[in-house]
Design a protein around this ligand. Structure first.
Ligand SMILES: Cc1cc2nc3c(=O)[nH]c(=O)nc-3n(C[C@H](O)[C@H](O)[C@H](O)COP(=O)(O)O)c2cc1C
Length: 363
């Protein structure tokens, strides 16, 4: 079967402190001027998507956070081809407001807006904003209803729904989003997350992992998706440290870890026990993460995109062959490193893809 070329997304630094819980000097900034330039660079060098993050309260070095939907809209206004994925957290958002906001942004951006439905891991944050904290299974039941409602509101002339969390009667949204409809991503790796992806989502986003760990999830999801007659694609997080020599890249990793803020990492370790570890199976995001893994918020070191451009390109091909359709990438100095990745790594990936599948066109 012919595979599409692998796609690249980057984490938008709309949150301060970058993507590592470390005191290492970073040239990444969370302000809009920096992010506008970064988005323009990313689309120029071959990134197809950007992912904004949603956070309502400070923590672990992320003291300031711009809101995800608003920030995504601004990035869309500053770019021409980039698709921007806005994170939505059911609870603070309900499907009515989300469907309406995103439909309008679809019109403002020539259909380049997508959404990432996140289910919540930060109990302290929910407490701070007066949102009830549901248990792990219920959070996913709510997220699935949220996604079904977005799809119904966007697709049906008159939408009626009676769920445990949301209710609609003959609701007609106008205008609908432009076609193609906004893609629906979801973040999370537990069994509940995989089951939801295999039923309703367009994309499954998971934390960084080893090749084998990724492969197991892909097999599980794709088997279930076939049973459900649903089609879903897979995106994996990875933190890239690409340098001219392998030694230099590993030295940067060591510096990030050595300069980690131990109290902040331990605080994060405590809080993320409400994610995968709190699921009935005790597996999912951060369930098996070491302190070193947690220095990167989404286990991005585990994906091992650390080394020379060629080593990284070869690992990307292995991930693609294991069923990964998109890599979501984080960087230390985003602006310079997105540029370097686009110049040195993406062309190598495309070359290797063509060698494996000569019929692939990257037009
Ligand atoms: C790629 C990715 C992006 C995420 N972005 C956010 C975010 O912006 N805000 C948030 O509160 N949680 C975010 N999450 C957390 C998830 O939505 C989810 O709550 C968490 O991963 C626990 O999932 P699990 O228990 O199913 O493994 C993200 C997760 C992933 C994998």
């Amino acid at each position: 079967m012919t595979r599409q070329p692998i796609k690249f997304a980057y984490w938008v630094p709309n949150v301060s402190g970058g993507l590592v819980i470390s005191q290492i000097p970073q040239r990444t900034s969370w302000d809009f001027d920096y992010n506008r330039k970064l988005a323009q660079t990313a689309e120029r060098v071959g990134f197809e998507y950007a992912l904004t993050q949603i956070r309502f309260t400070a923590g672990y070095g992320a003291d300031n956070q711009h809101e995800s939907v608003t920030f995504s809209q601004a990035l869309l206004g500053a770019t021409e081809r980039l698709k921007v994925i806005a994170a939505l957290l059911p609870g603070p958002w309900n499907p009515t407001l989300a469907a309406k906001q995103i439909a309008t942004i679809s019109h403002l951006s020539s259909a380049r807006i997508a959404v990432n439905i996140v289910s919540g891991w930060f109990r302290g944050e929910f407490k701070a904003i007066g949102e009830p904290w549901l248990d792990h299974e219920e959070r996913y039941l709510r997220s699935e209803e949220f996604i079904r409602c977005l799809q119904g509101i966007w697709q049906e002339e008159s939408f009626t729904f009676a769920g445990d969390f949301y209710r609609y009667r003959d609701y007609s949204l106008k205008p609908k989003p432009l076609q193609p409809l906004p893609e629906i991503f979801q973040g999370g790796s537990s069994r509940a997350a995989r089951d939801m992806a295999a039923r309703v989502s367009d994309w499954y986003f998971t934390n960084g992992n080893t090749l084998e760990g990724v492969r197991q999830q892909v097999v599980d999801i794709q088997q279930k998706a076939v049973e459900n007659q649903h089609s879903v694609r897979i995106g994996v997080n990875g933190f890239v440290i690409a340098r001219d020599s392998e030694q230099e890249a590993h030295q940067v990793l060591r510096q990030i870890v050595e300069q980690a803020n131990p109290d902040a990492v331990k605080g994060f370790q405590h809080e993320v026990k409400n994610a995968g570890s709190a699921s009935p199976e005790g597996e999912g995001n951060w369930a098996n993460s070491t302190l070193e893994d947690l220095v990167q918020y989404n286990d991005g070191f585990k994906t091992n995109l650390i080394g020379t451009p060629r080593q990284i390109a070869e690992r990307i091909i292995e991930l693609h062959q294991a069923g990964v359709d998109l890599l979501l990438l984080g960087f230390l100095h985003c602006q310079e490193e997105v540029e370097y990745f686009g110049r040195e790594v993406i062309p190598l990936v495309r070359e290797l893809e063509r060698q494996l599948q000569p019929e692939l066109s990257h037009g």
